[in-house]
Design a protein around this ligand. Structure first.
Ligand code: ATR
Length: 287
């Protein structure tokens, strides 16, 4: 990479930010396409988020991504938010518009949809219910993507049931399609499911394992874990042993970066085997 007088700038704001894989992702694409641009980690304390976002146009940045703990806090700061991001209540991508205004969107929905399309192109959204574990920010994006895909029935399971109820009210126009279940029911609700998605932090490196017996899950069901460190969680290992199709969390991470990149740097990008390997090597190196 060479920095010139014309280098285009983008980055990611978070606190802390050192763990983020987004610089590896975006700089891979910049190198791949020979674009005169750079994508930098921006360690921004929560109390300085507004100042930092407002500085983007002044510094000539094309925009940025947002990660923890900024995704919700940034929503009232930016000038425009698309309707999907507003319903989810979080933004992860900011684009500096031609007039200098800040446009916020949530590309996790796109990331989940595209990773599912890549890994299970023949998955039928109407074949069986959807079971989603978790009700945090990631779950909201996953559920929004599944609704958009046209799923018939969503069973939402969360430890804190009130949080799942709130999420159902925010996201689903016809509440008939969505039911909310306590954590203890996570095995019973697998009956007749066509897809199971873990959006909780359980199974992530440093977190407890997700304990769940998959016996009630139909053989044809797809099992998705949005965790990507480790790439194969115990949930995915158990699902694979039972013969289910499994999808890890790396695809969602890579695909969610595409809309921002394309807006900032003006070039469409793809998720290739080489990209997966490059980002994966940074995950392995970090352990
Ligand atoms: P994110 O924005 O990445 O989704 P989050 O908002 O912190 O992260 O959500 C984490 C999810 O993991 C939540 O659904 C959380 O359940 P609660 O809503 O009850 O907090 C779930 N989770 C975390 N630890 C858990 C545990 N030990 N058992 C069950 N669920 C857990």
């Amino acid at each position: 990479m060479r920095i010139t007088g014309r280098t285009r700038l983008a980055g990611i704001m978070g606190w802390p930010i050192a763990h983020s894989r987004s610089p590896a992702l975006h700089n891979f694409w910049l190198d791949e396409h020979g674009i005169d641009g750079v994508y930098v980690p921006l360690p921004v304390r929560p109390e300085r988020l507004e100042q930092a976002l407002r500085a983007l146009p002044a510094l000539g940045f094309r925009g940025c991504n947002l990660t923890l703990p900024h995704k919700q806090m940034a929503l009232p700061i930016v000038d425009r938010v698309d309707s999907l991001a507003r319903r989810i209540g979080a933004i992860n991508t900011v684009i500096v518009a031609a007039d200098g205004g800040l446009e916020g969107s949530n590309t996790d929905v796109y990331g989940f949809r595209e990773s599912l399309r890549d890994a299970a192109p023949d998955w039928d959204p109407t074949a069986g219910a959807v079971v989603v574990l978790g009700a945090g920010g990631a779950a909201r994006a996953v559920v929004a993507a599944l609704i958009e895909a046209g799923v018939a029935e969503i069973r939402l399971v969360n430890r804190t049931i009130a949080r799942a109820q709130r999420m159902a009210e925010d996201l689903v126009a016809e509440l008939g399609r969505m039911s909310v279940h306590p954590w203890q029911s996570r095995e019973a609700v697998l009956e007749g499911a066509g897809i199971l998605v873990n959006t909780t932090s359980l199974g992530m490196a440093g977190e407890p394992d997700l304990e769940i017996d998959l016996a009630a899950l139909p053989q044809s069901a797809v099992v998705v874990d949005i965790v990507y460190v480790p790439l194969e969680t115990s949930l995915l290992a158990a699902a694979r042993r039972r013969g289910h199709r499994t999808i890890d969390g790396l695809g969602m991470l890579l695909h969610q970066g595409r809309p921002g990149f394309e807006a900032w740097f003006g070039t469409p990008v793809r998720v290739t085997r080489e990209l997966r390997a490059a980002v994966l090597s940074t995950l392995v190196a970090a352990r």
